[in-house]
Ligand binder design. Structure first.
Ligand code: SGN
Ligand code: CA
Length: 535
């Protein structure tokens, strides 16, 4: 027993014989400040969560994740400000766009400045026990947490097997006994059960690597999906009228490598040779596992291998979430804990013929988001308002009774959680993506999405606009920009972009935007340093 626990126990004993009991005291704290459990997966698309009743819901159910929506509210239109990992995580922590938090690219964008304000720091100052476990991917060691254990290998991505963790910013360890999903689940429950000061409310961020590339599920899920899966509606997109979409490197047919598709070398290779072997395909190099497999059949084989492994990784996350919910239930913590399930962004599951994310098209722009808190949220409710990832920090602070700091750019949506209030969401969502050309040659762009329309400007090495009417073209195949009859809506959306750029302080020149893409700053945790630390 730790010294402070012994001290608390003595105080409890004294109080129990006095007027008040210690459990009453604890109750008061819990009533005013709920616990917060923030569960985040990596690259988990809305379509792969059955609560959304999307095209995969019958084939690949996620009954445990769905429990959160059943017990609370399902947000159907939550979006991110920049659809890649680090920038989305930084936006969630700070409540700010990437140009304000200064974390806007994964590749060569430097590390997260951990000295700045984040919502965990504010909660910690307000009496919360805080922890982050799992994927972090922001370079510098986490700040604002009483406990942290985050993956640091593979450029901060972590690996599915033998992931390397950094504990409390100083101890480096390789976890060899469990698959990364099971390890993160294990560590999270362990911290809740034994690692924290139970007299305080907690805020735990518990973040999986799965179902991120290269989609390596634990062996127990290999037996799932014996039958082939259907293709999404626009699996064979020809990218007509969408120039940026036609020049990316994220086509299932042309840009998946051997490692993605679990084709291993027959002979022993040096680490360098193995890297080259594995990466073959990334930039469109043609390969087939067998000469008789070509054309549409080859594309389908790649798709089936990919989608099955992706969904097996999701099944692992679903199991882990179930274990966590069971733990909270068994310990009577479901009612006083705000539980969030989300992902850093969405993902293409064959839509447009793609994997990966980055584009402002719906599948990667949208994030899953569901929240339960029985003391406030009516079970089984749905919220269709437009929300943003920079709104998460203000909302979680608000739920803890803390005002949004003036410099956060997001807005709390706590008033949208109560069924008695008809609260409005945002009228428009502003987006900005910078990273180029690595990894997937997605042209930098910014844009706006309203209830019905989306306007995107690809500006880095081209000057291309795209306009979509989402009511009539939900797969975003028909670029209406410049077509007769759309002049007025285009002008209105351009005006709204300008206003949002001013509001969010993103009213830079195109030259300044391009300079952000071109910026080169290396990360702290090089593979070399990690290898030294674990030897
Ligand atoms: C890795 C992947 C990319 C992926 C980025 C960013 N390549 O670099 O396919 O787009 O991560 O993903 S891999 O061969 O290393 O798997 S993110 O989720 O971290 O933004
Ligand atoms: Ca991600």
């Amino acid at each position: 027993m730790k010294a402070n626990t012994i001290f608390t126990a003595i105080i409890c004993l004294v109080l129990t014989f006095g007027m008040n009991s210690c459990s009453d005291n604890k109750q008061t704290v819990e009533e005013t400040k709920p616990n917060i459990l923030f569960i985040m997966a990596d690259d988990h698309a809305v379509a792969a969560i059955s609560a959304y009743k999307d095209w995969l819901s019958e084939i690949a159910p996620t009954p445990n994740i769905d429990r959160i929506a059943k017990n609370g509210m399902l947000m159907t239109r939550t979006f991110n400000t920049n659809s890649i990992c680090g920038p989305s995580r930084a936006a969630i922590l700070t409540g700010k766009y990437g140009h304000e938090s200064r974390f806007f690219k994964n590749e060569k964008g430097g590390d997260f400045d951990g000295s700045q304000q984040t919502f965990p720091k504010i909660l910690q100052k307000n009496g919360y026990q805080t922890a982050v476990i799992g994927k972090w991917h922001l370079g510098t060691a986490p700040t604002g947490f009483d406990y942290s254990k985050v993956m640091i290998n593979w450029g901060g991505q972590g690996t599915y097997f033998n992931p390397v963790f950094l504990e409390n910013g100083k101890d480096t360890m390789v976890e060899k006994t469990r698959h990364s999903t099971a390890q993160v689940a294990h560590d999270a429950i362990k911290w809740l059960d034994q690692g924290r000061d139970k007299t305080k409310p907690f805020m735990l961020m518990y973040q999986f690597k799965a179902p991120h590339r290269p989609w390596e599920p634990a062996p127990e899920f290999q037996k799932l999906f014996q039958e082939d899966l259907p293709h999404p509606a626009n699996f064979n997109d020809d990218y007509k009228g969408r120039k940026a979409a036609s020049k990316q490197w994220m086509e299932i047919e042309n840009h998946m490598n051997r490692k993605d598709l679990k084709v291993y070398p027959k002979e022993k290779l040096t680490p360098r040779e193995l890297n080259t072997y594995n990466a073959f395909g990334n930039k469109g190099q043609f390969w087939t596992p067998h000469d008789s497999l070509q054309g549409a059949a080859l594309k389908n084989w790649k798709y089936q291998t990919y989608i099955k492994d992706y969904l097996r990784c999701v099944a692992g996350v679903d199991k882990a979430v179930g274990q966590m919910l069971d733990y909270l239930k068994a310990n009577d913590m479901l009612d006083n804990t705000v539980i969030v399930y989300t992902s850093d962004q969405g993902f293409y599951l064959g839509e447009h013929g793609w994997f990966d994310k980055r584009f402002m098209y719906e599948e990667s722009f949208r994030m899953p988001f569901m929240i339960s808190y029985p003391e406030m949220i009516k079970p089984g409710t749905t919220n269709d308002n437009l929300l943003l990832n920079i709104d998460f920090a203000p909302t979680l602070l608000d739920l803890a009774g803390i005002e949004t700091p003036k410099d956060m750019q997001g807005t709390s949506f706590k008033n949208q959680l109560s069924p008695n209030i008809e609260a409005q969401g945002r009228d428009a969502i502003y987006y900005h993506y910078y990273e180029f050309p690595k990894w997937h040659n997605v042209e930098p762009h910014y844009g706006v999405r309203t209830d019905r329309y989306k306007l995107i400007h690809f500006y880095y090495s081209m000057d291309e606009w795209e306009l979509f009417d989402l009511d009539n073209d939900k797969h975003e195949m028909n670029n209406l920009y410049g077509k007769p009859g759309y002049e007025e809506i285009t002008a209105a959306l351009k005006k709204r972009i300008k206003e949002l750029q001013v509001e969010f302080k993103d009213d830079m020149s195109l030259e300044e935007m391009r300079a952000m893409t071109d910026m080169v700053v290396e990360r702290v945790y090089s593979e070399e340093n990690i290898n030294k630390a674990i030897k």
